[in-house]
Design a protein around this ligand. Structure first.
Ligand code: COA
Length: 213
């Protein structure tokens, strides 16, 4: 298939290389052939990761409402630190359990994605609603080789990460804060704050609200 008015050479350049910024000095042309993550520490031997893929496919990927206790036990078996009274719903997707820490009384809703390439630490009394995405990974868009960048995420006690919220690499969400549905959170959120929108804007939780001291 060939795009109208575009030669095959030009078309392939269009699909496989794209300009990120004006190529004044040749920097900024992405070349995925140069991608190399061999220095990325995966944190566990390949056979453990392979076994985790099996467990993940059998006990996490489906809709069947298996007991949370079973899922917590499996996560612990693969190195996660999980507190008590933790609810893990169906289709929760954890990349590396050995980089996951969850406190007590935490709810993790359906289809939550925990991309734990770097450590993900979730405090006590935290609710992660459906399809929230805690994303510890990104790429350096100034690097020709599309260099992998990973940074940890911390969700402090009593936070609510609402449905479809995106929490980016390196973000700490301060105690008793809310990341509203669909928010895109790329910077730290102070305690007792509501973050909403893309990019997230913040406002303080009202002092009249229950739980605010
Ligand atoms: C954040 C949330 C809790 C509302 O908080 P609130 O303080 O009661 O907010 P209000 O409804 O009073 O709205 C305050 C302002 O924030 C805006 N706002 C509320 N939620 C928003 C969101 N998700 N994204 C962007 N703006 C939002 C409102 O439009 C309003 O703006 P305005 O002042 O310009 O009119 C709610 O909107 C939300 O995101 N809920 C998540 C629902 C969910 O994930 N459910 C999972 C299943 S239980």
């Amino acid at each position: 298939m060939q795009a109208v008015g575009v030669g095959s050479q030009a078309a392939s350049e269009f699909f496989f290389q794209w300009r990120i910024e004006a190529p004044r000095d040749g920097v900024g042309i992405v070349n995925l052939a140069a991608y190399d993550n061999s220095d990325f520490n995966r944190g566990a031997p390949a056979w453990v990761e392979a076994l985790w893929w099996v467990a993940r496919s059998l006990f996490f990927a489906g809709w069947f409402p298996l007991p949370s206790a079973l899922r917590c036990a499996l996560l612990r078996l693969f190195g996660a630190r999980i507190g008590h009274h933790v609810v893990i719903r169906s289709r929760v997707n954890v990349t590396f359990p050995w980089r996951l820490e969850i406190g007590n009384h935490v709810w993790v809703g359906e289809e939550v994605l925990l991309l734990s390439l770097a450590p993900v630490k979730i405090g006590n009394h935290v609710c992660l609603s459906q399809r929230a995405f805690l994303c510890t990974g990104s790429h350096d868009i100034r690097s020709e080789a599309f260099r992998l960048v990973t940074r940890p995420i911390v969700i402090e006690d009593q936070c609510w990460i609402a449905s479809g919220a995106f929490i980016g690499p390196g973000v700490t969400v301060g105690r008793h804060s809310v990341c509203a549905a669909g928010s895109v959170v790329l910077r730290d959120i102070p305690p007792q704050t509501i973050a909403s929108g893309n990019p997230a804007q913040t406002r303080l939780r009202g002092a009249d609200q229950p739980g605010v001291r």
